[in-house]
Design a protein around this ligand. Structure first.
Ligand SMILES: [Ca+2]
Length: 368
């Protein structure tokens, strides 16, 4: 991650520019308008919109509304009315900024936040309560119960931390006022897509879009699905006729399983194999940073100095997983297709390995 180029001060300038109706939240304009007094050092409440901005007066929003009318048949005045009730959330912008690169990445420290007693115990309890739904998901999609349980543990501690931002506020703010990072263009486009998906999902479901609550990034419910993922991958797994990832853990269970199987989960295959790396050569280095895919044969990895400590079944493809450990030696693993399916949920080796480790810890605790 690059360091934040967008300081708190610049953020306030952008906001004041927006309030000054320049039509663009990123008018990098140091004119006097940019110094219009606004609320400074405001304590941000992590609920709903905490700043008002009339999004309808932003040119990009106006263009977006026109596209929604043309592409998806929305009523322009209704959509303008919706956007007029949507609030700018500065806290979403602040939270989206990359953390300053201070300490080196540390797998052991990261793991300890997720593979810990509260999540393990809550995972066992959740599994016991929802054993039938988990077994049904495993039978239907081939995803083991413990993986589904672990994802719910890492994401929200079984529905405890699902977020209280109005999704409309979060995704609209990030769509049109994304912080000034090197990937801002792509991220803005992504959140415009998510705003479109939020509006489409609400229309398809016959619900008020403002009834959707989620994280500062707009991720919804027990499994923290973005609106676009809900529309593509979620499933009504409790059969009540609607998808509700905030109130139905059973819908969450089915949706996680369906997400994983549609992202390459292979029934019955292991997730990772421990490996040892002979670093005397340099050949192994070409396997580092090769994306989120199992695409190398065991033979070519072995030839480069990667030795599995448990011999995998023949024919499985792998990627080399490096887990950096601060000042301590890096851990290496062979990641199978199922490891990389989990990284599609959250694009991080640390994340996928935490899910794997928590899944084993919960299963062991439950069987004890
Ligand atoms: Ca349902």
């Amino acid at each position: 991650m690059k360091s934040a180029l967008f300081t708190r001060h610049a953020s306030l300038l952008a906001l004041s520019s927006a309030l000054a109706l320049t039509g663009c939240a990123f008018a990098h304009d140091n004119s006097s308008k940019a110094h219009t007094p606004i609320k400074k050092n405001k304590v941000v409440k992590p609920v709903q919109g905490d700043e008002f901005a009339n999004f309808n007066q932003w040119r990009d929003v106006s263009d977006f509304i026109d596209q929604m009318v043309e592409k998806n048949g929305f009523d322009k005045q209704q959509l303008q009315a919706t956007l007029s009730k949507t609030h700018y959330v500065d806290s979403a912008i602040q939270l989206m900024k990359p953390a300053p690169a201070s300490k080196p990445k540390n797998w052991v420290a990261y793991r300890s936040r997720f593979v810990e007693p509260v999540r393990i115990d809550a995972g066992v309890a959740f599994w016991n309560v929802h054993a039938d739904a988990l077994a049904r998901a495993e039978a239907q999609y081939g995803v083991p119960a413990e993986i589904i349980v672990a994802i719910l543990g890492v994401e929200t501690v079984y529905g405890r931390n699902t977020g209280n931002f109005r999704v409309m506020d979060a995704v609209t703010t990030l769509a049109f006022a994304y912080p000034d990072t090197p990937n801002r263009t792509a991220r803005s486009a992504y959140f415009r897509g998510e705003l479109e998906n939020t509006l489409l999902f609400a229309r398809e479901s016959g619900i008020d879009p403002f009834s959707l609550l989620g994280s500062y990034a707009g991720a919804i419910g027990w499994p923290q699905f973005m609106p676009g993922s809900i529309r593509k991958f979620a499933v009504d797994f409790d059969g009540d006729g609607r998808i509700d990832l905030r109130n139905s853990p059973v819908d969450a269970i089915g949706s996680i399983a369906r997400f994983l199987v549609l992202h390459g989960w292979r029934s019955g295959e292991p997730v990772v194999f421990p490996a040892r790396l002979d670093t005397t050569g340099s050949e192994w280095q070409r396997f580092i940073g090769q994306g989120l895919e199992a695409k190398f044969s065991l033979q070519e990895l072995k030839a480069a100095g990667v030795t599995p400590l448990i011999e995998p079944p023949a024919g499985m493809p792998f990627g080399l997983v490096d887990l950096q450990n601060g000042e301590e030696p890096t851990e290496y693993w062979l990641g199978a297709a199922n490891f990389f399916a989990i990284t599609q949920y959250n694009r991080s080796f640390f994340y996928a390995m935490s899910v794997h480790d928590l899944s084993r810890a919960v299963r062991m605790a439950r069987n004890y």
